[in-house]
Design a protein around this ligand. Structure first.
Ligand code: ARG
Length: 473
């Protein structure tokens, strides 16, 4: 069924109908559409645009439809153009022509965004809840490794020793920012476009604020033309999901590297690994690889929508129908990925002996020598040169910095007295970095405690804000 046949002399061409159809993907907005219809219906009855009796029939039909949609008994047909026309058809089937009364005062232009925003509020909060689980998985793993010292890397080369708990919980901070972005999205975007009508506002929606509040929005869009045009909220949501996807990709990359035979730092649990159909010995980190791979489509979905929006005239243009599939895909993929990555992290078995083995590798303690000299007021440029000379000497003589003798050290620089030896030690190096952000056990443990407090507050905030549907359905 179409909602616009009156002035036409011909049926739509099959190719047009196929092209313009969105019901196969926007059907998931059906519960939100029913909810919006119920609130709008009340307002139409209050204005006597729909009689009380008809209003009661339409309400009953909407509630029936909600149950039937939930149970799969009512669904779209091949003749329905979109979710809006399918539900209107359902109403007319149930209560006759009066069912068409629901269309008064609204346009699909404002209706579709209202449904879409309600969908996004629900699903972004669901994603936030899933991200909390992943942060908790990292926190639990980090708790076990406050005493484990690992090599830290820059440029994928040994850089400086670090506490392994810090290495694990670095991921949590990016993930917490992802959740923050969701809250920030809600603060800015939870405004209702309903009542904008086609673009000029609606004579039959005199109180959009009331409708907005009944739908759980925190206010109303201030300009009806902007209200039907704005898809910033969708682009922002796609960015949030792309950024989260990139974080998951980086987690994935690290697990791939750490689980390789060359590293051997982590064993991925059998439940989160896959085998090879030809090589029986293989155990592959597919969750991690899919996390890495899927970041491509999260970024692609964001790019796709930005390109659609660029230079589009204001108010509604049919191009805007292209806003939904990227969002639905990113939401689906993220909700598929997050529990799997959480499971992989939660069950991963780290191998401390392997991890600590190379903590002092690659002359990662050279900075300690430079810092030692700097504390003696030797200009850092000189200190850096001297530490470099120690590395060069060791490389030439096939030895490590810890094995430099007093005489050898003094020969390199007279300020390199015996005292320096206490600093050429992984534990000493880690302990010496005691600021709130740094890698000493004390610092990391305090940071982890704060993070745990934060995440439990965030988790209760997420569940407080989650109210999937208003309860009318
Ligand atoms: N299916 C359309 C969409 O998703 C609904 C809005 C259609 N509006 C219109 N004026 N043709 O954007």
């Amino acid at each position: 069924m179409t909602l616009w046949g009156g002035r036409f002399n011909k049926e739509p061409a099959d190719s047009l109908a196929a092209l313009s159809r969105s019901v196969h993907f926007d059907w998931r907005l059906a519960p939100y559409e029913i909810e919006v219809n119920l609130v709008h219906l009340k307002s139409l009855v209050a204005q006597a645009v729909i009689s009380k009796d008809d209003g009661a029939r339409i309400k009953e039909a909407l509630l029936e439809l909600a149950t039937e949609i939930g149970g799969g008994k009512f669904t779209y047909t091949k003749n329905d153009e979109d979710v809006h026309s399918a539900i209107e058809r359902g109403l007319i089937e149930k209560c006759g022509p009066v069912g068409g009364g629901i269309r008064a005062g609204r346009s699909r232009n404002d209706l579709v965004i209202t449904d879409f925003k309600l969908y996004l509020v629900d699903h972004l909060l669901e994603i936030a809840g899933e991200i909390c689980q992943l942060v908790q998985a990292f926190n639990n793993q980090a708790d076990k490794y406050l005493d484990l010292i690992a090599p830290g890397f820059t440029h994928t080369q040994h850089a400086q020793p670090i506490t392994f708990a810090q290495e694990l919980s670095k991921h949590s901070h990016g993930l917490v920012r992802d959740i923050d972005r969701i809250f920030d999205w809600l603060d800015r975007n939870n405004l209702s476009p309903f009542g904008a009508g086609a673009l000029a506002g609606s004579a039959l929606v005199p109180n959009p604020e009331k409708i907005a509040s009944e739908l759980g929005f925190s206010g109303v869009m201030p300009n009806s033309i902007d209200a039907v045009s704005d898809r910033d909220f969708a682009a922002e949501a796609l960015f949030i999901m792309a950024m989260t996807g990139v974080h998951l990709s980086k987690i994935g990359e690290e697990f791939i590297l750490w689980s390789s035979s060359e590293f051997g730092w982590v064993e991925i649990d059998d439940a989160y690994a896959t085998g090879s159909s030809i090589m029986p010995q293989k155990k592959n980190a597919d969750v991690a690889e899919l996390a890495r791979g899927k970041s491509g489509r999260f970024i692609g979905n964001l790019t796709a929508l930005l390109v659609v929006l660029k230079a589009m005239p204001f108010a509604y243009n049919r191009d805007l129908q292209e806003d939904k599939e990227p969002i639905f895909d990113s939401v689906d993929q993220l909700l598929l990925l997050l529990p799997a990555v959480t499971g992989m992290v939660e069950t991963a078995k780290f191998l401390p002996a392997k991890i600590s083995k190379t903590a002092d590798g690659g002359f990662s303690l050279a900075t300690e020598i430079a810092d030692f000299l700097a504390r003696k007021q030797i200009p850092f440029a000189t200190a850096h040169e001297v530490a470099g000379a120690c590395v060069k000497f060791c490389e030439k003589n096939g030895m490590t910095l810890q094995h430099l003798t007093t005489a050898q050290l003094l020969a390199i620089h007279p300020a390199l007295t015996d005292e320096v030896k206490a600093f050429i030690d992984v534990k000493g190096a880690v302990d010496s970095r005691g600021s709130s952000m740094a890698t000493s056990k004390k610092s990391v443990s305090a940071a982890l405690t704060l993070l745990k407090k934060d995440i439990s507050q965030i988790e209760s905030e997420v569940s407080k804000r989650r109210k999937p549907l208003s309860g009318m359905i």
